[in-house]
Design a protein around this ligand. Structure first.
Ligand code: UDP
Length: 202
């Protein structure tokens, strides 16, 4: 069950339950530990990683990288390693909300068009009565290093005291943003989740 290397990216062969346990532990760990980044990669992401060095670097400094979809599953199988699970933000999200509600961990939703993260929050709050959504923000802002807008959003996330930050801006942007802003963020966990809020907002 060790990691599987595909195109030089080391994929963790975990189940969704393993992932949720790890997130729980990361949130309970000493708060001096910096944000732990988790990434999902599908076949398209692996292709991008072959020619986008910055994306590759941001993936490699993730705490864990998970295989999303049939393309990566086949690539692993061709190397003789069957994957134990198909891991992606969409399947993880309801289970993560359940865990967060149970453990009183709060989630910040960053990304998507204006109003989409807020609609996602509203939907999830209806399903999980004890869930705490720490805050929301759209994913369209000036992300250039140290822009005032970017600093304000980082401050908003930190002031919300969120334990878990979901960044839904698509790959490779979300992984790069997490890597760039990690030193300033106080959340325990950051996860790039692609178009997740588009699916859960209506
Ligand atoms: N997005 C964003 N900011 C940007 C570009 C994209 O928040 O600057 C959002 C977009 O609104 C969409 C998501 O990122 O919700 C990308 O979804 P997509 O399905 O393309 O991502 P994937 O899951 O394929 O990585």
């Amino acid at each position: 069950n060790g990691p599987i290397s595909v195109f030089g990216i080391s994929l963790d062969n975990w189940t969704l339950s393993d992932l949720l346990n790890d997130i729980k532990q990361a949130c309970q760990a000493n708060s001096s530990v910096k944000l732990q980044q988790y990434s999902f990669v599908n076949a398209d992401c692996l292709n991008i990683s072959c020619h986008n060095e910055a994306y590759r670097r941001s993936l490699k400094q993730s705490k864990r990288i998970f295989a999303d979809g049939i393309g990566v599953r086949l690539a692993c199988l061709s190397k003789g390693h069957p994957l134990r699970d198909n891991l992606n933000g969409t399947d993880m999200f309801p289970r993560l909300c359940e865990l967060a509600a149970e453990q009183q961990l709060s989630i910040f939703l960053l990304g998507g068009e204006e109003g989409v993260a807020a609609a996602t929050a509203e939907n999830m709050l209806q399903h999980y009565s004890n869930l705490k959504i720490a805050g929301v923000h759209n994913g369209y802002f000036d992300m250039s290093g140290n822009s005032e807008e970017n600093n304000q959003i980082v401050a908003q996330i930190n002031q919300s005291n969120a334990d878990i930050l979901l960044v839904a801006m698509g790959a490779p942007l979300q992984e790069r943003w997490l890597e760039d802003n990690k030193p300033q963020l106080n959340c325990s966990v950051g996860i790039g989740v692609g178009g997740l809020f588009d699916f859960y907002s209506n």
